[in-house]
Ligand binder design. Structure first.
Ligand code: PRP
Ligand code: URA
Length: 209
C-alpha cells in the first residue's frame, strides 16, 4: 500500500483554518489555496530523483545535484484543482500541466467526465493530480484511472481536505498512489459534502455562489 501523508506543518494548519472560515472571501481563499498547494508540493516532490553535476562556482568546481530525467506533470481536476496550479508551478516552473474535467452529478454524486488533455509524453513523467477535495473519492479515482490509461506509471494525489471514505476508496482503487492531504476530516454529510470541510471548493475559488 502506498503512503498517506497528512500534513501537520504549522504554516499549513494556520492557512487551512482561515481557508475553512466561511467569512473568508474569494480573493483570500484563492491566495490560500495556492499557498497551501505550494507548501505541500515541497514535500510531495521530496523523492524526485537527482543526478550528479559539476558546477563551476566563482571559487571553483562544486559537485552538486540536479533533478534527473524523470520530470513532473501536474494534472488539476477541473474546476477546483485549478486553484492549486499557480502554487505548485511556483516551485516547479518547468512542469507540464494536463487537465481533466470532471463534475459530480448533484443527485448521484457520481463523477461525470467532460474533458481530458494530458501532455503527450505523460508516460515519461511523474504525475501529481491536484484537487482540493477528496470526498467520496470518485473523482480522484476516475481521474487517476484516465491518467494511467494514457501510460503514466508514477502517479501521486495531492488534495487539501480528505474524508475518511474518500481516502479509503482511493487507496483501494489505486494502492500504488501516494496521497498527500492537509487534513483528514470527520465524515461526509447526506449530500456527500465533507464535514467540517470548507464547503464547495469550486464555488469558493471562482465566486460562483
Ligand atoms: C468537487 C471537488 C472534487 C470533487 C470531490 O468538484 O473539486 O473534484 O467534488 O468529490 P468526490 O471525491 O466525491 O468525487 P465538483 O464536482 O463540485 O466540480 P467543480 O470543481 O466543477 O465545482
Ligand atoms: N466537493 C466540494 O467542493 N466540497 C465537498 O465538501 C465535497 C465535494
Amino acid at each position: 500500500m502506498a503512503n498517506v501523508i497528512i500534513f501537520d506543518h504549522p504554516l499549513i494548519q494556520h492557512k487551512l483554518s482561515i481557508l475553512r472560515d466561511k467569512s473568508t472571501g474569494t480573493n483570500q481563499f484563492r491566495a490560500l489555496i495556492s499557498e497551501i498547494a505550494m507548501l505541500m508540493c515541497y514535500e510531495a516532490t521530496r523523492d524526485l530523483p537527482l543526478t550528479d553535476v559539476d558546477v563551476m562556482t566563482p571559487m571553483g568546481i562544486c559537485h552538486a545535484k540536479q533533478m534527473k530525467g524523470r520530470k513532473l506533470a501536474f494534472v488539476p481536476i477541473l474546476r477546483a484543482g485549478l486553484g492549486m496550479v499557480d502554487g505548485v508551478l511556483n516551485l516547479v516552473p518547468a512542469a507540464k500541466v494536463g487537465h481533466i474535467g470532471l463534475y459530480r452529478d448533484p443527485t448521484t454524486a457520481q463523477p461525470v467526465e467532460y474533458y481530458c488533455k494530458l501532455p503527450a509524453d505523460i508516460e515519461e513523467r511523474e504525475v501529481i493530480v491536484l484537487d482540493p477535495m477528496l470526498a467520496t473519492g470518485g473523482s480522484a479515482v476516475d481521474a487517476i484511472t484516465m491518467i494511467k490509461a494514457k501510460g503514466a506509471k508514477v502517479v501521486k494525489f495531492m488534495g487539501i481536505i480528505a474524508a475518511p471514505e474518500g481516502l479509503k476508496t482511493l487507496q483501494e482503487a489505486h494502492p500504488d498512489v501516494d496521497i498527500y492531504c492537509a487534513a483528514l476530516d470527520d465524515c461526509l454529510n447526506e449530500h456527500k459534502y465533507i464535514i467540517p470541510g470548507l464547503g464547495d471548493a469550486g464555488d469558493r475559488i471562482f465566486g460562483t455562489k
